[in-house]
Design a protein around this ligand. Structure first.
Ligand SMILES: NC(=O)c1ccc[n+]([C@@H]2O[C@H](COP(=O)([O-])OP(=O)(O)OC[C@H]3O[C@@H](n4cnc5c(N)ncnc54)[C@H](O)[C@@H]3O)[C@@H](O)[C@H]2O)c1
Length: 389
C-alpha cells in the first residue's frame, strides 16, 4: 500500500500511529514520502508449521516480525536467527512483557491455543490462531467476547475461503449454476504427523487437525450447519512420535461428520490419520477431487486439497462434458492467514476469514464427538455471515 502524503501529514499521522501503538514507517522516494503501515508480530510456537509461516510473513510488506517464542528456547533462538527477528523468548509472559507488538501469531500445540490466546487478548494484542481457536466452542466464544471488550480482534485458521477455487465454487452456487444444491462430500487424511504427541492427546485429533479444513470449506460453500451427526473411532491405539516416543492415542484418529445445512442440503466430511495416501502430509501431487458438490443442474469437483486447490471440474446441464475451470491459483497459499490478517489490519479492510466461522466449525467438531458419545443428532446454535464470497 503506497500513498503520497505531505510532510505535515507525515508528522500528524506519525503521532497518531504512535498513540495507536501501530508502527508506521515512511520511506522516501524521489523526495516524496510514502507510507507503508506495518503490523508488529509476536509469533509463538516455533515448530513444524512456523517453517511455513515465517518465510511468508517475512516477505509481507505489512509485517514487522518483532519476536518469536517457544518453550523449547533453542527453537525460538534458531527461528530468530533464520528470519532476522530481533527478540526471542522462552515463555509467553516474557514475550508479552518484552518488545511491544500488535498481533500474536499462535502456532503452538492445539491444546495451548485457548489459554495463550486469552493471555494475549488480556494484553490487548490482536490474535491469529492456528486451528482450533480454542479447545471448546464455549472457550472460543468467550475469547471472541473478550476481544470485543478489549477493542482488539481474533481470527482462527484455516484460510481456505481465500482460495480462488473456493470463490469460483461459491459464485457458481450463489448464481444457481448447479441448480438446487443437494449433497456434498469432502475428505482429507494421511498417516498422521510423526513429530508431536499433541495431535493424538486429549484436545487433539483428526477433526481439529484435518477435518477442520473440509468443514470450513463445506459450511463456507453451503451455509452454516443446522445439525450434525457423527461417528469417530481410534484405528491405531498406540503410536511412536519424535517428542515422546511410544504414546497412547486418546483423541479420534478417524471421523465421519454428517451436516444438515438446511434447505434440504446434506453434506459429509471424512478425515483421519490412517489413510494411506501417496501424497502424504505435504499433499503435493494430489490431483484428484477432494470436495464434490452435486445439484439438480450440475456438479463441482474441487481438484487438489481445499487448502491447496488448483482447479474446479465442472459439469452442468447445459454443458455436460466435464471441464476444468479456475486453474489460476493467484497468490493464495494455505499458510497466508497471518499475513492476510496483517494486511487487513494495516489497510483497515475486512478479511474473508471470520472468527464466527472458525467458532462455528469448532462447534461442529464438538457436536460430532457428542453425537458419537450419545448416538444422537446434535443441533448447532452458532452461525456466521453467509455467503462468504
Ligand atoms: N505442521 C503443519 O504442517 C501444520 C499445518 C497447518 C496447521 N498446523 C497447526 O499448527 C499448530 C502447530 O503444529 P506443528 O505441526 O507446528 O506442531 P509442532 O509440535 O511442530 O510445534 C509446536 C511448537 O509449539 C511449542 N509450544 C507448545 N506449547 C507452547 C507454549 N505454551 N508456549 C510456547 N511454545 C509452545 C512447542 O515447543 C513446539 O515447538 C497446530 O495447531 C497444528 O494443527 C500445522
Amino acid at each position: 500500500m503506497k500513498e503520497k502524503i505531505s510532510r505535515h501529514q507525515f508528522l500528524d499521522r506519525t503521532s497518531k500511529f504512535m498513540i495507536a501503538g501501530m508502527l508506521a514507517p515512511f520511506v522516501s522516494a524521489g523526495g516524496a514520502l510514502y507510507q507503508t503501515k506495518k503490523v508488529r508480530i509476536g509469533l509463538i510456537g516455533c515448530g513444524s508449521v512456523s517453517g511455513m509461516y515465517l518465510p511468508h510473513l517475512s516477505k509481507s510488506p505489512y509485517v514487522e516480525l518483532v519476536s518469536v517464542c517457544d518453550i523449547i528456547p533453542e527453537r525460538a533462538r534458531v527461528a530468530a536467527e533464520n528470519y532476522q527477528v530481533p527478540h526471542h523468548y522462552a515463555h509467553i509472559d516474557q514475550q508479552l512483557a518484552g518488545a511491544p507488538f500488535d498481533l500474536l501469531v499462535n502456532l503452538t500445540d492445539m491444546q495451548e491455543h485457548g489459554r495463550l490466546n486469552k493471555q494475549a487478548l488480556l494484553k490487548r494484542k490482536h490474535v491469529w490462531s492456528e486451528k482450533p481457536m480454542a479447545n471448546t466452542y464455549a472457550e472460543g466464544k468467550a475469547l471472541l467476547d473478550l476481544s470485543r471488550q478489549q477493542g482488539v480482534r481474533i481470527w482462527g485458521a484455516p484460510a481456505v475461503v481465500n482460495s480462488p477455487q473456493f470463490a469460483h465454487m461459491s459464485r457458481m452456487i450463489q448464481q444457481g449454476k448447479i441448480g438446487k444444491v443437494a449433497a456434498a462430500h469432502a475428505h482429507y487424511g494421511h498417516l498422521g504427523p510423526t513429530w508431536s504427541a499433541f495431535f493424538y492427546e486429549q484436545g487433539g485429533g483428526s477433526l481439529p487437525d484435518l477435518g477442520v479444513y473440509n468443514i470450513a470449506t463445506l459450511t463456507g460453500l453451503l451455509g452454516p450447519a443446522k445439525a450434525v451427526m457423527g461417528m469417530t473411532s481410534i484405528v491405531t491405539p498406540e503410536r511412536t512420535v519424535d517428542n515422546k516416543g511410544k504414546i497412547k492415542v486418546v483423541a479420534e484418529d478417524n471421523a465421519m461428520v454428517l451436516m444438515d445445512h438446511g434447505n434440504g442440503i446434506l453434506s459429509h466430511v471424512q478425515c483421519g490419520f490412517n489413510y494411506f495416501d501417496p501424497y502424504g502430509h505435504e499433499g503435493s501431487g494430489q490431483d484428484k477431487p477432494t470436495i464434490s458438490i452435486w445439484g439438480t443442474h450440475g456438479n463441482l469437483q474441487l481438484i487438489g486439497y481445499d487448502w491447496a486447490p488448483f482447479g474446479v471440474d465442472v459439469a452442468t446441464h447445459d454443458n455436460e462434458k466435464t471441464r476444468r475451470e479456475a486453474t489460476d491459483t493467484g497468490t493464495y497459499v494455505w499458510q497466508e492467514g497471518a499475513s492476510v490478517i496483517s494486511e487487513k489490519l494495516a489497510t483497515g479492510n475486512e478479511p474473508l476469514i471470520a472468527a464466527l466461522h472458525a467458532l462455528h466449525v469448532l462447534e461442529i467438531m464438538e457436536a460430532t464427538r457428542a453425537s458419537q458419545l450419545t448416538g444422537k443428532r446434535i443441533e448447532i446454535k452458532s452461525t456466521f455471515k453467509y455467503p462468504v464470497v
